[in-house]
Design a binder for this molecule. Structure first.
Ligand code: SF4
Length: 246
């Protein structure tokens, strides 16, 4: 909107004002004074009508095969965890596994080796599996998020959300008979619950939206800090043994 003084100055140099649509005239009405300074009416009209390029959102990754799921995880930059991790940690084990073990996220050693549950926690998990006659290669082990959260902090909810489609695709592809949620973050996310792990351990759940039975247990890292909880986990493994019909 021009001030009265600006309007006066324009009039003084022979330029008429543009008249907007709101004044009841076409927005692209070009006054003769514009043509008098060397700009053709049709040029202005053409420029003004140029279409603004539409920036298309990247297509969601194709998660229809195991290779596509794994490749998409390796290529993913959907959340900021991708910026600080050494590598993605999609999971390890058998695609035909009856038991799928889901933890929280890769830690320092997992990040370096590209495999979930290694180091002392991983050795303890291996012993827990061995106690019911299973080896690491017979189950599938993964995490809620596939990139290491900095300083082993809990993954943020937007990061968990960003990684959700990968986990769902892995569950769909493997179609396990039983899921073992290991630790608080995993249990809370998979069951959409905020109850303490100690309470969630007490019963066998079902993965929401599916008929897959889901058992919760303590994270091996917690057991290393609280050895007295080992008897509870041993009981969980016996329940798991029964659930799997081993
Ligand atoms: Fe992608 Fe998951 Fe890694 Fe985030 S945590 S960058 S969503 S793979």
């Amino acid at each position: 909107m021009l001030t009265p003084r600006q309007q006066h100055c324009l009039k003084g140099i022979g330029i008429q004002q543009w008249v907007g649509r709101s004044a009841g005239k076409p927005a692209l009405e070009v006054v003769p004074a514009v043509e008098s300074i060397g700009v053709r009416t049709e040029e202005i009209t053409r420029q003004d009508r140029q279409e603004i390029p539409v920036v298309e959102a990247p297509a969601p990754p194709k998660l229809d095969t195991w290779d596509n799921i794994t490749r998409s995880i390796h290529q993913c930059e959907a959340c900021e965890l991708s910026q600080n991790c050494t590598q993605k940690v999609p999971g390890v084990g058998s695609q035909q596994a009856g038991l799928m073990i889901i933890g929280e996220g890769p830690g320092h050693e997992e990040d370096l080796r590209g495999e979930p549950f290694v180091g002392r926690s991983g050795q303890l998990l291996d012993k827990m599996l061995l106690a019911i006659g299973l080896s690491r290669s017979q189950v599938f082990i993964t995490n809620i998020v596939k990139c290491r959260p900095p300083n082993n902090r809990d993954p943020h909810s937007n990061e968990v959300q960003a990684c959700e489609s990968f986990l769902q695709a892995q569950i769909k592809h493997i179609a396990p008979r039983v899921i073992l949620a290991v630790g608080r973050i995993s249990a809370h996310h998979l069951l959409n619950s905020t109850s303490p792990v100690g309470k969630l351990i007490d019963q066998v759940h079902q993965l929401p939206g599916s008929d897959i039975p889901l058992k919760v247990t303590y994270h091996p890292a917690y057991l290393l800090r609280n050895p007295s909880a080992k008897s509870i986990v041993w009981n969980d493994m016996k329940i798991l043994h029964k659930m799997l019909g081993l």
